[in-house]
Ligand binder design. Structure first.
Ligand SMILES: NC(=O)c1ccc[n+]([C@@H]2O[C@H](COP(=O)([O-])OP(=O)(O)OC[C@H]3O[C@@H](n4cnc5c(N)ncnc54)[C@H](OP(=O)(O)O)[C@@H]3O)[C@@H](O)[C@H]2O)c1
Length: 368
C-alpha cells in the first residue's frame, strides 16, 4: 500500500494535493493507536468488480466501531482474534469508515438494483472504506437508496446506531406495551434504541448522565435514571427487555432487573461472557442476547421508511469537513457526545457549521 501513496498536503482546512488521475484522497490508518496515527494519502481509486457498485462518498461517520478498530480496543479475550481478523500491526484495510452516503459512480457486471447517479447510503462493516472519496461494495450488501428529504450527512448517520438498534430489537422481539430499560441511552446506539422502542409502543426507561436526560426524554424515554446518582441494577422495577449498551455491570447484576421470560441484550461481551451466553443462552427463563448486529439492506430500507414517515431521525453531534477528519477523530474520542460525528467529503466549513445540529436531533420533536 505504501508504494502507491502520495502524501497529501493540508492547509487552512483544504486538501491541496491535486487529484492524480485514477487516484483518490483517503484518510489512512497504517498502525493501531490514537487519532494521531491517522494521515491523508492518495490511493488508487477502486474499480467495481463483478457484482459491486462504486460509490462517490459524500459523507461518512466516526463510530465507536471506527474508534475500536483504529486503536484495536477490543474486549478481553479478543485481542489475538481481532489482530488475526483485522491485521496484526494495523488494519489490513487502512481506510476506516464503516458508514457512508454518496452517489453511485459506476456499477460492475451483474450488479443489480443500482444505477450511476443513484443517491445511496449504507454500512460496509469490517470492510470499512468510508473515509475516502470512493468505495466499492457488493450491490447485495448493506446499501439502500437514500430518502430524498435526508441530507447525505444525516443518511451517513443512519446505519450504525439505527441498524444496530433495529437488529437487536428484532432479535429480542420487542412488543408494544412491553417495558425496556436502555443502559447507555445517550450514546449513538442508545439514542436509536430509545427512538425505535418508543416508536414500537414500548415503555422506555433510559440510563444516562443528568445533563443528557432532557434529550433522552425528548427522544421517547418516559423515565430517566441518572447513572451518577443511582445504580439501575438496584431499582425495584423489573423490565421485559434490558438493552445494555454501556455494559458496565455484570450479566448477573443486569439479570436482576429482567422479568422472568424477559430478554437481556448485551452489546459488548468479553470472551468468557460471550461463551457463557452461547452455552447458556437462557437463565431462569431469561434470555441473553449477544453477538454482532446484522447489517442488511432490509434494515436500511426499514430505517429509511421510518425517516420518510417522520418516525425516526438520526442525531448528529457535529459535522467536520474531510480535511479536518483527524480532528474529528479527536472530538469523537471525548466522552459525552454520543451522537454521530460526521465527516463531509466536500470541503465546505460554512456548510458544516450550518448542518451541525448542536446535539439535538435534526427533527427535535419527539418522533411519532
Ligand atoms: N455488538 C454489536 O454489534 C455492536 C454494534 C455497535 C456498537 N457496539 C458497542 O456498543 C457500545 C456503545 O456504542 P455506541 O456507538 O453507542 O457508543 P457511544 O456513542 O460512545 O455511547 C456510549 C454511551 O455509553 C454511556 N455510558 C458510559 N458510561 C456509562 C454508565 N456508567 N452508565 C450508563 N451509560 C454510560 C455514554 O454516556 P456518557 O456520554 O455519559 O459517558 C455514552 O452515551 C460500544 O462499546 C460499541 O463497541 C456493539
Amino acid at each position: 500500500m505504501r508504494d502507491d501513496t502520495i502524501t497529501t498536503i493540508i492547509s487552512e482546512n483544504k486538501i491541496l494535493t491535486a487529484m492524480v488521475d485514477g487516484h483518490m484522497t483517503a484518510l489512512v490508518c497504517e498502525r493501531y493507536g490514537g487519532p494521531d496515527v491517522l494521515k491523508f494519502a492518495q490511493l488508487a481509486r477502486p474499480a467495481p468488480k463483478r457484482g459491486e457498485v462504486l460509490v462517490r462518498v459524500m459523507a461518512s461517520t466516526i463510530t465507536s466501531g471506527d474508534r475500536r478498530v483504529r486503536s484495536m480496543d477490543v474486549p478481553y479475550g479478543f485481542r489475538t482474534l481481532g489482530r488475526l481478523a483485522l491485521g496484526w500491526r494495523g488494519p489490513r484495510n487502512p481506510v476506516l469508515g464503516a458508514t457512508f452516503a454518496g452517489v453511485v459512480e459506476a456499477v460492475g457486471q451483474r450488479a443489480s438494483g443500482f444505477a450511476p447517479g443513484d443517491a445511496v447510503f449504507g454500512i460496509s462493516g469490517f470492510r470499512m472504506g468510508g473515509h475516502a472519496e470512493y468505495l466499492c461494495l457488493p450491490a447485495k450488501g448493506a446499501i439502500a437508496h437514500k430518502p430524498a428529504d435526508l441530507s447525505f450527512e444525516e443518511a451517513a448517520a443512519l446505519p450504525f446506531g439505527g441498524g444496530t438498534a433495529l437488529s437487536f430489537l428484532s432479535r429480542a422481539k420487542l412488543q408494544a406495551g412491553e417495558t425496556i430499560l436502555v443502559n447507555g441511552a445517550s450514546g449513538n446506539v442508545g439514542m436509536a434504541v430509545v427512538q425505535l422502542a418508543s416508536d414500537m409502543g414500548a415503555v422506555v426507561t433510559g440510563v444516562c448522565r443528568s445533563s443528557r436526560s432532557a434529550q433522552v426524554r425528548a427522544l421517547g424515554a418516559e423515565r430517566v435514571i441518572d447513572y451518577q446518582q443511582e445504580d439501575f441494577t438496584a431499582t425495584r422495577q423489573r423490565f421485559d427487555v434490558v438493552f445494555d449498551v454501556a455494559c458496565n455491570r455484570s450479566v448477573a447484576r443486569c439479570l436482576q432487573v429482567v422479568k422472568p421470560g424477559g430478554r437481556l441484550i448485551r452489546l459488548l461481551s468479553d470472551l468468557p461472557e460471550m461463551l457463557g451466553a452461547i452455552a447458556r443462552p437462557s437463565r431462569e427463563g431469561r434470555r441473553i442476547i449477544v453477538g454482532t448486529a446484522e447489517e442488511s439492506a432490509d434494515n436500511l430500507k426499514h430505517l429509511a421508511s421510518l425517516v420518510v414517515q417522520r418516525r425516526y431521525r438520526p442525531v448528529i453531534s457535529r459535522v467536520f469537513p474531510f480535511a479536518q477528519a483527524i480532528e474529528a477523530h479527536r472530538y469523537a474520542e471525548c466522552a459525552g457526545h454520543g451522537e454521530s460525528v460526521v465527516i463531509k467529503m466536500k470541503d465546505d466549513s460554512q456548510t458544516a457549521d450550518a448542518v451541525a445540529t448542536g446535539g439535538q436531533p435534526a427533527n427535535a420533536d419527539k418522533p411519532g
